[in-house]
Write a protein that binds this ligand. Structure first.
Ligand code: IPE
Ligand code: IPE
Ligand code: MG
Length: 238
């Protein structure tokens, strides 16, 4: 990837995306939801390729929520099948392109072969530093906060905001700058609850399977026009 020097890029460095709208994309075409999910994987591949060109160094995507187990057994199994297929076809490329993959979310409850794929993907990309891809899978923001609290309680470590942030599954990555949701919905659906505290939000009216570089560029440009105040005074006084 021949990309801008990430340290010179104006940001956002870390973009998190709620990839929503696969089902509606399929329904509009009279196709099964599974086709929407399959096309969603293509959109994910496009987005991973586009992100570094825009100066993004870390991409977090919401792939499967703790609440998505409430979908039909068939749809859950389709989504698991896509993980197998995606890692099977793309792990070598991710390794080659220097992508470090981290899976956010509970390992317990995953089908054993998916848990193995997750562990292998993390292990085989652990040394990469070009780009970081975090996939929230069997992830819920509340569950992650509870797990962090349990971890800290068990360790006896003093609890402050820094320690808590580090104990979350995103704890060893960069702070989240921008949260994007596609499909026109304007809710978090239990994504990155703690990390969202001072993130910027962009809601885009595009169904996830249609997402591409132009949409990501639009979200990044919207971010760049924002004035992040963190509770302080505006950069340009009114
Ligand atoms: C997002 O698309 C993918 C997952 C949640 C796994 P949806 O499947 O939620 O699509 P809609 O919201 O029904 O259109
Ligand atoms: C959030 O989308 C989860 C993912 C994108 C993986 P949902 O489609 O599950 O969220 P709700 O049900 O509309 O809130
Ligand atoms: Mg949805």
């Amino acid at each position: 990837m021949s990309d801008p020097d990430p340290d010179q890029a104006p940001g956002p460095r870390h973009v998190a995306i709620i990839m929503d709208g696969n089902g509606r994309w399929a329904a509009r075409r009279g196709l099964p939801r599974a086709v929407g999910h399959r096309e969603g994987v293509q959109a994910l591949k496009r987005t991973i390729q586009s992100a570094p060109k825009l100066g993004v160094r870390c991409l977090t995507v919401f792939g499967f929520s703790t609440e998505n187990w409430n979908r039909s057994a068939e749809e859950v199994s389709d989504l698991m099948g896509l993980v197998r297929a995606y890692v099977g076809s793309d792990l070598a490329r991710l390794k080659r392109e220097g992508v470090k993959v981290r899976i956010l979310g509970r390992r317990e409850g995953l089908p054993p072969d998916i848990a193995d794929i997750v562990a292998r993907t993390e292990r085989e990309t652990a040394g990469n530093e070009q780009f970081r891809l975090q996939v929230a899978f069997n992830y819920g923001g509340r569950a992650d906060i509870v797990d962090a609290a349990r971890k800290l309680a068990a360790s006896g470590e003093a609890i402050d905001e820094d320690a808590f942030g580090r104990a979350l599954s995103t704890g060893d990555g960069p702070p989240v700058d921008l949260i994007v949701r596609t499909s026109g919905e304007t809710r978090l659906s239990n994504f990155l609850l703690w990390e969202a505290a001072y993130a910027e939000f962009v809601f885009q009216d595009v169904l996830w399977p249609d997402y591409g570089e132009a949409h990501l560029a639009e979200a990044v440009n919207a971010f760049r026009s924002r004035d992040r105040r963190y509770g302080g005074r505006p950069a340009v006084p009114a």
